[in-house]
Design a protein around this ligand. Structure first.
Ligand SMILES: [Zn+2]
Length: 493
């Protein structure tokens, strides 16, 4: 029997503290790909959709792919943008007589009318589908999963890597469970346990620390015939909602007391090890003095600005780190991205090699990460900002920073962009004339994803909290809606 399956991808990680409301343009800036257009852009890359199609091909599914859409992390999604993307998915589900629904969602979307964006998609789908049609969902582990999401979807499967490099594999895992469900072999549902924390202490990083053991235990438990997936979500802390925080999910059947007990054990470990911080978060001054003294004989020093990561909804225009590096007189360095569309746009009219002065960055909210810097430099390159990734996360995928320029100020080449994106691929420098492997110091904005492409070329990696919007000083953020007490806002929660 050939199953008819509806697929769609919708991804947004909402930083509710961001002043930048997420409308239609924010999705257009990342991607909105309809039907076949999405399939041709994403079928052969490391995407959930590729994994869905791998399983579909194996089992002869008739797939109707509605759309793939994502916006860079930013503030709450406006209703008009949400409806614009959600309505076609729901309409297709209503018309199609599907045997199953397979969705690639992020899990941390917040709407301007609802705290639980993914719950809202699932609610609307259930309203037209009823209870019987199985729904399978993939998640980014930086998801804030609600009980309602688990009640509405049968199958939820999160990535198992951070840096995220298993999107396609996760798509395959969810697709395979859906196949067995449609075939009547299994009857999965998903349970959730959580702990009162803003996030897993290390954001769920999987290259070091306690997540390695937790994931090994999860894989071991999945060998049980009644267990189809165990997902360990770090949560996403920059979200002021009731259901924020880490969760453990078990998608299974049979003895749910046993599944719950297993999930509780993992959640207890997340709680018990909440003080085991893996990164040493340095101030910008400390970072600048390390950079100044660094011997690049074995390769570059990579400095990650954790707090100004556009990949978590920070503005990417914080100037504190750049200012400190310039002040320290660091040479043969690059810095990026600095998100400032005004300056990137204005520089398009200059000639390469020309010197000019700019008022750069710090314009959105100087309280987080410093105000504008007045700098004079030489124009190294201008571009429309398009690049094709070649690393483990973005390999083969086309992305754009919008109008982009590189300005050399003293010893630092600054990548100035219009569209905010975290630094996770060497091509984000190389495509614009900066060769990161030839630099002594690479300063970039990312929390953890940069490690996939940049650790292999780095002699040393250090991490900085510049005080930008994703600062670890949570007490500086106006949390109001999270359930209290919660760690680390309430230390003895
Ligand atoms: Zn993530």
């Amino acid at each position: 029997m050939k199953f008819r399956v509806l697929t769609a991808e919708f991804a947004h990680e909402t930083n509710t503290f961001s002043r930048l409301i997420t409308g239609k343009q924010a999705f257009r800036d990342r991607y909105v790909l309809i039907g076949e257009e999405a399939v041709s852009a994403r079928r052969e890359a490391n995407t959930e959709l590729a994994g869905f199609f791998d399983v579909g091909q194996e089992h002869g599914w008739q797939i109707e792919h509605v759309l793939s859409a994502a916006a860079g992390p930013s503030g709450r999604i406006e209703r008009v943008a949400f409806d614009w993307l959600c309505d076609p998915i729901v309409a297709a589900a209503q018309q199609g007589q599907f045997d199953g629904i397979l969705l690639g969602l992020h899990g941390a979307a917040v709407l301007n009318f609802c705290e639980d964006g993914e719950g809202e998609i699932l609610r609307r789908l259930r309203a037209v589908l009823g209870e019987e049609v199985p729904i399978a969902v993939t998640l980014d582990p930086h998801a804030n999963v609600s009980r309602e999401m688990c009640a509405l979807a049968d199958i939820l499967v999160a990535y198992r890597t951070y840096p995220h490099v298993d999107m396609r594999e996760t798509g395959r895992r969810a697709g395979s469970i859906l196949q067995r469900t449609m075939a009547g072999e299994i009857e999965p549902r998903t349970i959730l346990v959580s702990r009162p924390m803003l996030e897993e202490t290390n954001g769920g990083r999987t290259d070091a620390g306690p997540m390695i053991e937790r994931l090994a235990a999860a894989s071991e438990y999945e060998r049980d015939a009644d267990v189809f997936a165990v997902s360990i979500n770090a949560g996403f802390a920059s979200t002021d909602i009731f259901d924020v925080g880490p969760t453990v999910l078990v998608t299974g059947q049979g003895d749910f007391d046993r599944h719950t007990a297993f999930a509780e054990k993992l959640a207890d470990d997340i709680w018990a090890r909440r003080h085991e911080v893996l990164n040493d978060y340095l101030t910008v001054e400390a970072v600048a003095s390390v950079a100044k003294a660094f011997d690049p004989m074995n390769g570059p020093l990579v400095i990650a600005d954790y707090a100004d990561n556009p990949g978590a909804g920070a503005y990417g225009d914080s100037t504190a780190l750049l200012g400190a590096l310039l002040e320290a007189g660091v040479k043969n360095a690059c810095f990026g991205p600095m998100v400032d569309g005004e300056v990137a746009g204005a520089l398009q009219r200059f000639k390469l090699g020309e010197r000019t002065s700019v008022v750069l960055g710090g314009k959105i909210d100087a309280k987080f990460g410093g105000g504008p810097l007045t700098l004079e430099g030489e124009l190294v390159s201008i571009s429309d900002g398009t690049y094709v990734g070649d690393g483990p996360i973005l390999g083969g995928l086309t992305r754009s920073h919008g109008p982009t320029a590189v300005l050399r100020v003293d010893g630092i080449e600054i990548l100035i962009v219009t569209i905010a994106k975290q630094m996770l691929d060497l091509q984000q420098f190389a495509s614009f004339g900066i060769e990161p492997t030839q630099k002594d110091v690479i300063a970039l904005k990312s929390m953890q994803h940069f490690r996939a492409a940049f650790e292999p070329i780095a002699a040393k990696v250090i991490v900085c909290d510049s005080g930008a919007l994703c600062t670890l000083h949570y007490e500086l953020l106006p949390y109001r809606s999270v359930r209290r007490p919660i760690f680390p806002l309430d230390q003895d929660a």
